[in-house]
Write a protein of this length. Structure first.
Length: 216
């Protein structure tokens, strides 16, 4: 066997874990993350409950794995867009494509928290990769030539969310504007709140993205 190659047992375990996660996403799509049931998944896969617990220690372990996968997918999407020099508008388009591709994945990490669940610290680390990519793109844009406003003054001493990124307050402000305004539009769109209003949510999203990119 080639050094580092997975054994048949390891490949089988990986396959079963992937099948469990696929069934979990189906459950989440049907009844939300709070309705996730390992016993129900085991039944669908023709396994006993105790057998499934050999792959995931409990509901929270399974949710954590799904959260990690979701954050990693978005982090890779953001980093690829940033490395391609897409700018803020391109980053926004990449984020919207990612969200529309799988709304349940989006809501798992950016929707209502799952009752009784607390994500471990390593998921926060992946989430910070997403923010770091956004800050890199914001820092590469034209600096805003203006006196610091109240928010920028506040952010100078309240920047824990930015990790160890060296972005100055105007860049922090721009990143927060991107994050809050675009997630706001996306969340409303994916939850169906624009249905029947008679306009195209993509046009609204693009307008907001362009406004943030222009510093408005």
């Amino acid at each position: 066997m080639t050094a580092g190659a997975a054994t048949p047992r390891e490949r089988y375990r990986s396959q079963v874990r992937a099948e469990i996660k696929a069934k979990a996403w189906e459950q989440i799509a049907a009844s939300g993350a709070s309705g996730l049931s390992l016993n129900a998944i085991a039944k669908e896969l023709g396994m006993s409950g105790p057998a499934l617990y050999r792959y995931f220690g409990g509901r929270d372990d399974l949710i954590t794995e799904l959260v990690r996968d979701a954050y990693r997918s978005l982090a890779d999407t953001f980093r690829a867009a940033a490395d391609a020099g897409s700018g803020l508008s391109g980053l926004a388009r990449a984020m919207r494509r990612w969200a529309l591709e799988d709304p349940q994945r989006y809501f798992l990490v950016y929707g209502t928290p799952v009752p009784g669940y607390r994500a471990p610290d390593d998921t926060t680390t992946i989430a910070r990769e997403i923010m770091a990519a956004l800050l890199d793109v914001c820092a590469a844009g034209e600096p805003r030539a203006a006196s610091p406003d109240a928010l920028e003054t506040h952010l100078a001493d309240h920047r824990g969310w930015a990790g160890d990124h060296s972005a100055p307050p105007p860049v922090l402000r721009r990143a927060l504007a991107f994050w809050t305004r675009l997630h706001g539009v996306l969340s409303l769109e994916l939850a169906g709140h624009f249905t029947g209003m008679g306009f195209d949510p993509e046009v609204l999203f693009t307008a907001e993205a362009d406004a943030v990119a222009d510093g408005d």
